[in-house]
Write a protein that binds this ligand. Structure first.
Ligand code: ADP
Ligand code: PAZ
Length: 380
């Protein structure tokens, strides 16, 4: 599959994809309504669909073929992904309505009328916005647990999609060959608005072992307040050009430019995030938004990396998969998390990232059509 899905999904911030299946071809829609973003996953059956005007793939094909009875399992055809800001839920509803994604097409003529008006939904918004979906689209949300969805989403990706997981070391993405016989246990760290850490022992076998409220929402919320930037992408973009050393207090700042070798800290290690702002007689406006964004991104990525490692250590886990839209395939974020995991584990644990990072929950909800057998099979 060409490029990272992250890049494809960025093109879809407006919710507009290059090609759309017709309503007749849409088979299933699932939504994950989080604290910051709504994620949609829907499938279409037409094999020609999903190609943009340049003939490139704009969505992902999952090649489950009809079974012996000539039935199509839910997860067949082409999957489409879209996302919206949760604060713009009306745009999302408009998108679903204009594409008739909630009206399953000709493949579902045999599904009962009641089943047709139900869509699988996960995330807190499945509760918060249930009435709105009913009012605006006339559909009921069949709620699926968020943690269940994250785990089934990631297990599906790790087992069925290659390449999916990759490491990010010294500025290089390297895809990881997953050994299906040696996948479990692992730690899944989902960095959404907040952060959940889940020890996964198998299909449907997991425990949420920890979490932190210092996550993607913190980066975006604090960043917006401190830099006055207008979008998450702008904030992330600014971090590219920033220098965290302007604001962060380094070990060298405290130790007169020296390393603190005895406890393994180099002079360039951050001793205190944002710590320099205390000792300098400067106001917020004296710092560049780029430097602020860089320090903030580094602080949060480092913190998540460190807590993740500590939880991996707690349970003797060597592999940590990071998901959630905070990552956004962003080089500096992945680098900071990788370095934190490497540093704290002394190279024992490995940070891995996922191409479909932000769609784990939505994919899990999508797959629950199959698991829960809402209408299970589609007769061709
Ligand atoms: N376009 C965007 N708008 C807002 N936040 C974004 C955007 N893209 C990435 N993010 C980041 O992703 C986080 C949300 O990640 P996500 O996995 O969707 O979590 P949630 O389910 O809580 O919405 C935000 O808190 C922010 O850090
Ligand atoms: C409550 C949540 C599961 C909601 O998921 P999200 O919308 O952030 O993806 C998540 O924000 C979280 O795990 N927060 C951390 C709470 C804590 O453990 O302190």
């Amino acid at each position: 599959m060409e490029g990272a899905l992250q890049r494809q999904s960025e093109e879809r911030d407006s919710g507009i994809m290059t090609t759309q299946p017709s309503a007749d071809e849409v088979s299933h829609l699932a939504v994950d309504i989080g604290g910051s973003l709504i994620k949609l996953v829907y499938s279409s059956i037409d094999p020609n669909d999903g190609l943009d005007d340049k003939g490139k793939k704009s969505s992902e094909e999952f090649s489950r073929v009809p079974n012996d009875n000539n039935d199509y399992p839910v997860l067949c055809g082409r999957l489409h992904f879209a996302k919206f800001e949760t604060s713009k839920i009306n745009d999302c509803l408009e998108f679903i309505s204009s594409k008739q994604l909630h009206r399953r097409g000709r493949w579902h003529h045999e599904a009962s009328g009641q089943d047709k008006d139900i869509i699988k939904a996960t995330g807190g918004g499945a509760y918060r916005f249930a009435d709105l979906f009913k009012e605006k689209l006339g559909v009921s949300l069949d709620k699926v647990d968020e943690m269940d969805c994250l785990v089934s989403g990631v297990n599906f990706l790790l087992n069925a999609v290659h390449p999916e997981a990759f490491t990010y070391i010294d500025g290089r993405e390297e895809y990881v060959q997953i050994d299906h016989n040696d996948l479990y246990p692992y730690l899944l760290v989902n960095i959404g608005s907040g952060v959940s850490m889940i020890k996964v022992d198998g299909d449907g076998k997991f425990e949420r072992v920890s979490g932190t409220s210092i996550g993607g929402g913190t980066f975006w919320g604090l960043g917006r307040l401190l830099t006055k930037c207008k979008s998450f992408d702008e904030l992330l973009e600014m971090s590219h050009n920033g220098n965290n050393r302007v604001i962060d207090m380094l070990v060298g700042d405290i130790y007169g430019g020296m390393d603190y070798t005895k406890i393994g800290l180099t002079s360039t290690a951050i001793a205190s995030s944002f710590g320099k702002a205390v000792s300098e007689n400067k106001e917020l406006g004296d710092y560049s938004p780029e430097d602020i964004s860089r320090s903030l991104l580094r602080m949060i990525s480092n913190n998540v990396g460190q807590i993740s490692y500590l939880n991996a250590l707690r349970f003797g886990l060597k592999r940590i998969f990071f998901g959630g839209f905070f990552i956004r395939g962003h080089a500096y974020t992945m680098d900071t998390i990788s370095v934190a995991v490497h540093f704290w584990s002394k190279g024992e644990a490995k940070a891995m990232f996922l191409k479909h990072e932000g769609f784990l929950g939505a994919l899990g909800a999508f797959m629950s059509y199959e698991t829960h057998g809402l209408d299970g099979k589609i007769t061709a």
